[in-house]
Ligand binder design. Sequence first.
Ligand SMILES: [Zn+2]
Length: 331
Amino acid sequence: MQRRSNAGGCQRLFGALVLLALVAASVVSGASLLKGAAARSAEGEQVITDGLPGETLSIQEMEETITATQPAANTVSPQSLSTHTPVPSITATATQLPLLEGPMVIGYSIEGRPLEVHRIGTGPLAFMVVAGIHGGYEVNTVQLADELISYFYQHPDQVPEGTRLYILRAMNMDGLYKPDDADGRANARQVDLNRNFPVDWQVDWRRTGCWDYREINAGEMPASEPETIALMAFVLEHPLVALISYHSAAPGFYPSGSPPHADSAALAKHLAAASGYPYPARRTGCQMTGTLVDWVHTTGAAAVDVELSNHWDTEFEVNRKLVLALLQWRP
Ligand SMILES: [Zn+2]
């Protein structure tokens, strides 16, 4: 594991190939990469998915489409809330996007477990919450995501008109099924998924100040892991205003960029005011490479890591307010 990076040009070439592949995948409806996409209702999705992924609507353009996208006047039955991954028993006409949707399976882990996204709200301004990128080591982030999904299924009116919220409940599904300790941080190939994205990717990194309880790696190449590719494809197909990625436990906010990108830093400050988690947070000196938030920022979205206070509490009430604040934020 002492290989040194000499992959600069190769890395850029591979990144371009990955993006080409993702664009191709997004064009082929029902491709295996995007299993579950066929279950989506077509009408409302078209608001933001028409055209190639690179043709991202500006916020102003998105807001101009709000009036053309009436939220469905559907309600959820209480029976649909009996599990953490409820399937809403709603009816919708062929021309309306259901108010709730999920779980949508956006891809599969190495061991074949589904990566599930829930959508609440129908507006064109899309926000995303990702939990469990570090699997069982940070299992309380997945528990928090499940609580948020249950809450918003019961209170879909809390998602402001004009916005929609996507929640990926567990990005590292295989790590989630390892023992609930340090073993569960990496995926089934010992890859730290938060080192595998194709921005500033390095095959190895200086370990000073970094998490190093187990031998973990960044993957054979940028975006080598199916979990990484699934989330990239989803984000490219569903342009976001902002994304937060939950971790534990070093409380506070860690925006994309080093130094932080201005929009992500502004989002972190906004979320700090709503939640009480600190920003700026204490940094350990670890140099981050190949991270989710740095890649998401290249798509035009603000992106921030949020660290819970410890490894066991979901701190639900704090994070309910935090996510509501996320939905109010504009660049
Ligand atoms: Zn983490």
